[in-house]
Design a protein around this ligand. Structure first.
Ligand code: G3I
Length: 352
């Protein structure tokens, strides 16, 4: 079992570092699709908008399609910002993903005052309104995000929250069936976190997720793909080869698999930028190598392209003066070793 990714000095072809990355093109040459999360930063940052357009075929809306962003103060949805993002993405030629349609986390406070029956009606209405509104524009949805979190102590290891606590595990099948009825053309995805590592959480969630997908497929629930987020943590115990074997077993249940939120948690890594960048690159290579051998893995989506808009920078636990360098491009939207590590992994992957 690997520990922290080994620091193979000069791990990348020297020539690659001088080249201009072409992540979408290299992925596409192997039948893969590459993309990234983005959100309202693209309205005011032309460099971010240009990088997304140049390097991606897929765009995932990071936050603005989430329940708490669409309905922050009450049951009425405001699609204004999300509509602008969708319009940008379609003009940029991106295949668009919506995420966290139904998620037991990050829900607005007003939901807590709703009763059980009302919450089921709110969930049905949310799915109907959002998928109808974006039918033909958003091609793929994380219908349910992060169904499991054993630390919540719920029976079956499910993530607790307003939807689960009102409806039990059936909220998952209900959401997928409702989504299929609202937009029959949409790709419907079950998206999960924490599966990539051999820590207590990863070892607990992998069998739970596998059994859940097997049950859903057996019950004829319209689930087309599984999303594995891919927030890599090089300091955690991991065996990405064994993880890839598990991914292959999941796909044999009759789903494709996407890496939906790829980045590298660099908290605890050396402060030295060159060393940290090299570990980030090596971690991405160590992960994508075995995972991309699984032909049913058809998409890799980064969770933001640039460090400038890293969600890790909203977390409090970096040493003073140290900023996240978790992504493929730096604050100036320039490539890093991580960029070419990912492009090399795409180029060396099995053709789909
Ligand atoms: O920018 C506003 C700020 O103006 C306001 O004062 C503040 C008040 O809460 O909110 C700020 O927005 C926050 C936003 O991050 C930007 O920092 C939102 O509250 C906060 O909800 C949002 O967190 C997002 C988080 O999901 C919760 O939705 C992160 O951006 C986003 O990267 C993160 O992404 C999740 C995936 O959806 C699921 N997998 C894990 C991943 C990382 O947590």
């Amino acid at each position: 079992m690997a520990g922290m990714a080994t620091l193979a000095a000069g791990a990348l072809p020297r020539a690659a570092l001088a080249a201009t990355p072409n992540l979408a093109g290299t992925a596409g040459s192997r039948g893969l699709a590459f993309g990234s999360a983005f959100d309202r930063e693209i309205f005011d940052d032309p460099a971010a908008a240009a990088l997304l357009t140049a390097q991606c075929r897929i765009g995932a809306i990071e936050n603005s399609l989430k329940f708490d962003w669409l309905r922050p103060a009450g049951p009425e949805a405001d699609f204004t910002v999300a509509d602008r993002l969708i319009e940008f993405g379609l003009k940029a030629g991106l295949r668009l993903r919506g995420t966290a349609l139904i998620w037991n986390d990050w829900l607005p406070d007003w939901l807590k005052w709703t009763g059980v029956r009302e919450r089921r009606a709110i969930m049905d209405r949310h799915i109907d309104e959002v998928l109808t509104h974006y039918a033909g524009r958003v091609a793929s949805w994380d219908v349910v995000n992060e169904p499991f979190f054993p630390m919540h102590g719920r029976e079956g290891g499910y993530r607790g929250g307003y939807w689960f606590d009102a409806m039990g595990p059936d909220y998952i099948a209900t959401a997928f069936r409702r989504a299929a009825a609202a937009d029959p053309a949409a790709e419907l995805v079950l998206n999960e976190a924490f599966c990539e590592h051999d820590d207590e959480t990863g070892l607990a969630i992998r069998p739970l997720l596998y059994d859940c997908v097997k049950r859903l497929k057996g019950d004829g629930v319209p689930i087309h793909a599984v999303g594995l987020q891919g927030h890599l943590k090089p300091l955690l115990p991991h065996d990405y080869g064994a993880f890839a074997d598990w991914v292959a077993a999941v796909s044999e249940l009759g789903v494709t698999v996407k890496i939906t939120e790829l980045d590298v948690d660099d908290r605890g890594l050396p402060a030295d930028i060159a060393a940290r960048d090299r570990i980030v690159a090596e971690t991405l290579s160590a992960f994508l190598g075995p995972v991309l051998k699984v032909r049913s893995v058809n998409e890799v989506i980064a969770w933001q392209l640039s460090d400038r808009y890293s969600w890790y920078r909203t977390l409090p636990d970096y040493p003073p003066g140290q900023k996240a360098r978790s992504h493929l491009f730096d604050d100036a939207m320039e490539p890093k070793p991580a960029t070419f590590a990912v492009e090399t992994a795409f180029g060396q992957s099995a053709a789909r």
